[in-house]
Design a binder for this molecule. Structure first.
Ligand SMILES: O=P(O)(O)OC[C@@H](O)[C@H]1O[C@@H](OP(=O)(O)O)[C@@H](O)[C@@H](O)[C@@H]1O
Ligand SMILES: [Mg+2]
Ligand SMILES: [Zn+2]
Length: 186
């Protein structure tokens, strides 16, 4: 049986790109400084890269699932062009009490629920204890905790870091750019 792979679970808004609020257009998608170089380094270190993003803008009627897909395709190609192949992309379009009825549900994928991470674990045979979750909100840390991710990393590049968020994290760093060196040092 093949060995399980360690992964870096990546939040999107506030972690990979500047969170301008429900980003859904290419023109508004701005990679945070050092993100692509960090992803290249993490890939070289042998980690699978798995995106796990809440996209409640879909349930709120701010943009459609198709628009999200188009932006995601562009993002995926932009990264692949720089030798960063994402191993998995998971998104949650749901929200309880959503205005768009089709997406109105108490799902198990919207972070802080661990559904997206657990699906990836199954599909990609991930070693959760050896993996990292990087995100800018406490919900990212809580989802990682519930999924059994070994190291929870909070970044300061998105929403303001709260005391609760810090308490739920194992590490707090300025941005994803610092992660490869931080892992090597650990
Ligand atoms: O950071 P990830 O999970 O990749 O994506 C978050 C986004 O879907 C949006 O999530 C919203 O939270 P609510 O979904 O409204 O609670 C807000 O935080 C927005 O600023 C943010 O753009
Ligand atoms: Mg975020
Ligand atoms: Zn969901």
């Amino acid at each position: 049986m093949a060995n399980k792979v360690p992964a870096i679970f990546l939040d999107r808004d506030g972690t990979l790109n500047v969170d301008h609020g429900y980003v859904h257009e290419i023109d508004n998608f701005e990679f945070i400084d050092g993100t692509i170089e960090a992803l290249q380094a993490l890939k070289k270190m042998g980690y699978a890269l798995v995106l796990v993003t809440n996209q409640s803008g879909i349930a709120r009627g701010m943009f459609t699932e198709d628009q999200f897909m188009q932006l995601t395709e562009w993002m995926d190609w932009s990264l692949a062009d720089r030798d960063v192949d994402l191993d998995g992309i998971y998104f949650c379009p749901h929200l309880p009490d959503a205005p768009v009825e089709a997406y109105r549900q108490n799902c198990d994928c919207r972070k802080p629920q661990p559904g997206m991470l657990l699906s990836a674990q199954q599909h990609l045979d991930i070693d959760m204890a050896a993996s990292y979750m990087v995100g800018d909100k406490i919900e990212d840390m809580q989802a990682a905790q519930a999924a059994g991710v070994g190291t929870k990393v909070l970044v300061r590049s998105g929403k303001p870091v709260t005391a609760e968020g810090e308490a739920a994290a194992d590490w707090v760093i300025n941005s994803l750019a610092e992660l490869p060196a931080r892992i090597k040092k650990a």
